[in-house]
Design a protein around this ligand. Structure first.
Ligand code: ADE
Length: 229
């Protein structure tokens, strides 16, 4: 069982993604638990304050250290966490090897930033991993947290019906996935490659590998170590 505790000031942004399809099935099967924690419940005063102006001036509000510290400490008093991940555009860029490694952890806290981010002391005192989902800025960490959680959950054994199917994803061998086809075999004169209809499994596998290499060379040559530049 993998447990995600997601700390956010916008929990409604995260109620959708986990309620459908593979992510819902993973929870229904008892393989994953996702708990959302509304940061506002840990506010420092009755006004529900969780952010404040930055010392030294400048535009933008900063999520305060106290509500976040209270929430993380309450969680850590209940169980041991393998990671406290802060979603931030200045973190390490998420890729498949990182997702593979993180998918083996059991209890994970994900902290979503907002506004100008969180007080640096949160990062210094509590955060173990800082992760970005790409070199662009979102209005908050929630969508990034959903992306991260999705990429981990689908790798947990038993989550996908065909357990080998995560292994044949793009990036798992530093290769993009080969093209796939389904019925009809002929769509308005555009036919499926004969080899896929042959029933010759070793030949099909060979074809898929060649296609994956060719596609990677064409679209993402940077993934092929020998062929950079
Ligand atoms: N928060 C805002 N932008 C982000 C990004 N690109 N990755 C992770 N968290 C973020």
């Amino acid at each position: 069982m993998t447990r995600f505790d997601i700390i956010t000031c916008q929990p409604h942004l995260l109620t959708g993604p986990f309620d459908h399809s593979i992510l819902k099935r993973a929870q229904d099967k008892g393989l994953v638990e996702v708990h959302l924690h509304d940061l506002r419940k840990y506010a420092i005063n009755k006004h529900g304050q969780i952010d404040d102006y930055a010392f030294g001036g400048g535009a933008g509000m900063v999520l305060m250290v106290e509500p976040i510290a209270k929430c993380i400490r309450e969680l850590q008093a209940q169980r041991t966490y393998d990671a406290v991940i802060y979603m931030t555009p200045d973190g390490q860029t998420l890729n498949q090897p990182m997702a593979n490694r993180l998918s083996m952890l059991k209890n994970i806290i994900i902290l979503c930033g907002h506004y100008k981010g969180v007080d640096q002391r949160v990062r210094d005192l509590f955060v173990t991993h800082e992760i970005s989902i790409g070199d662009y800025v979102l209005s908050g960490g929630e969508l990034a947290a959903a992306v991260l959680a999705d990429s981990l959950i689908r790798l947990i054994p038993g989550v996908l019906n065909d357990e080998s199917s995560a292994l044949s994803d793009s990036f798992q061998d530093n290769l993009l996935a080969p093209p796939v086809y389904s019925r009809p075999a002929d769509f308005e004169g555009h036919t499926v490659p004969d080899i896929l209809l042959s029933g010759n499994t070793p030949k099909v596998e060979e074809w898929r590998f060649e296609q994956a290499v060719q596609r990677t060379r064409q679209l993402r040559p940077d993934l092929l170590p020998d062929e950079k530049n």
